[in-house]
Each structure stands twice: as structure tokens, then as C-alpha cells.
Ligand binder design. Structure first.
Ligand SMILES: [Mg+2]
Length: 234
């Protein structure tokens, strides 16, 4: 029976696409860089995903992700490269400005808390942005804790990230690996991480993408509310 839920934040608890769109446009406005269209945000998002995947493969550092993605985007779009650093700093703040929940997940987290489930956030985002998001969403008090890669120095899907998570859980209670589920939208960080750690894997896949990575997936859900079925039928 599942007793612990490890929640990914971006793209799982929170609708990252909406937050990203808002933050990009806000930064363009604050830094007086002209208009940022939806098409530009889409082009940036594709670059951003590519950089995070390179980090997951340990090919580049977090700092190289943060600045590199904007440098590449700025270069492609003919924007002033010297503003990339400042843009990233502003972006980290703006990302935490507004929260957009996926499905009805806040109510679900509240209900699961009442029912005694232990719930932790597990995220590769930056410390500044994730702390702001957790506070703005109310998850900072609802959840039993948050494991943020920036804080512990190792990111999903590395086993070290999950060893650290197990260490935090050990202070709360004693849990077997088959009592812990990770719920996340990313195959390369969440499901690969869950496979590495040997815990139960629940892939949040609202877009019905294909599992192209050959990963072991225990459950696949299109709506987070479907997690209830998994928790109460196992
Ligand atoms: Mg995610």
C-alpha cells in the first residue's frame, strides 16, 4: 500500500507552461525588450527543455542551463546577448509570481494530507523560484517537505537525489520502497529517477505522449485526480 507521495512540481502540481508564458512576457516588459509573442515563448520552451535534458544527463551544470538557454534563445531571436544574465535573474523571480494548478490538485493534496499520506515535493527547479512557488501555492505548509536539487547539490534522476529524499523520509517514519510513489510528468527525470531509486512510478501524461525511453511505468494517468484510484485500490 502506498504511504508516501513524491510530487514533481513543474508540469505536475503546477502548470508550468502557463507560468513560463507569464514570466517570459513579464521579463520582456520589465527589461524593455519589446513584445514577446506566444510563438517566441514556444521557441524558448523548446530550447529550455533541451538544456534541462542535458543537465539530467550530467552533460552541463545548472548554471549553464540557466544562462545558456537564454543566450541561445536571444541569439536566435536577435536579442541583446548582454541581457541574458539579468533576464535570467528576473525570470527566476517572475516564475514564482503566479501559480497555476494542474487539475484540482490542491484539493487532492489537502484530502490526502487529511488521510495521513506523507507528501513531499521533489524538484529540479532553482531554489529561488521553487521556494516562491511553494509559498504562493500554499504547498509549503500543505506538504511535509520539499527536496530541491539546488539545495542538496544533486538532481533527478540521479540516485543521490533519492537517497537524500529517503533520508528526509526516515525522519518522518519507516517506509518500504514499494510504499513510495513518485508522480511526475517527465520520463527523463521523474520516471528515470523512480526507476533508479526502485520506487513505484506514476507517469502524469496529460498529452498522451509515448513512453519512448523504455522505462518501467507502474501507472499512467491523464488527470491527477486519477491518483485516488491508484492509492485506494492497492
Ligand atoms: Mg516536471
Amino acid at each position: 500500500m502506498i504511504k508516501v507521495i513524491l510530487w514533481d512540481i513543474d508540469g505536475t502540481l503546477l502548470d508550468f507552461g502557463q507560468a513560463e508564458n507569464y514570466a517570459m512576457k513579464k521579463c520582456f516588459s520589465v527589461l524593455e525588450m519589446g513584445e514577446c509573442t506566444d510563438a517566441m515563448v514556444e521557441r524558448y520552451a523548446a530550447i529550455n527543455t533541451k538544456y534541462w535534458e542535458r543537465l539530467e544527463r550530467n552533460e552541463i551544470t545548472k548554471q549553464e542551463v540557466l544562462i545558456g538557454r537564454f543566450r541561445e534563445f536571444f541569439e536566435n531571436e536577435g536579442l541583446p546577448l548582454e541581457k541574458a544574465q539579468l533576464f535570467n535573474e528576473e525570470y527566476q523571480i517572475r516564475l514564482g509570481d503566479k501559480v497555476f494548478f494542474n487539475d484540482n490538485v490542491k484539493t487532492l493534496v489537502e484530502e490526502l494530507k487529511e488521510q495521513g499520506f506523507v507528501q513531499l515535493a521533489v524538484t529540479n527547479g532553482t531554489l529561488a523560484a521553487q521556494r516562491r512557488k511553494l509559498a504562493a501555492s500554499g504547498f509549503d505548509t500543505l506538504l511535509d517537505g520539499a527536496v530541491i536539487s539546488d539545495e542538496i547539490g544533486v538532481q533527478k534522476p540521479n540516485i543521490g537525489f533519492f537517497e537524500c529524499t529517503f533520508g528526509i523520509l526516515a525522519k518522518i517514519g519507516t517506509y518500504q520502497k514499494d510504499e513510495i510513489v513518485i508522480v511526475g510528468d517527465s520520463l527523463t527525470s521523474d520516471m528515470q529517477g523512480g526507476n533508479n531509486a526502485g520506487i513505484v512510478c506514476c507517469w502524469y501524461n496529460p498529452q498522451e505522449e509515448r513512453n519512448t525511453k523504455g522505462l518501467h511505468i507502474d501507472y499512467e494517468i491523464k488527470n491527477l485526480m486519477d491518483l485516488n484510484k491508484i492509492l485506494f485500490t492497492n
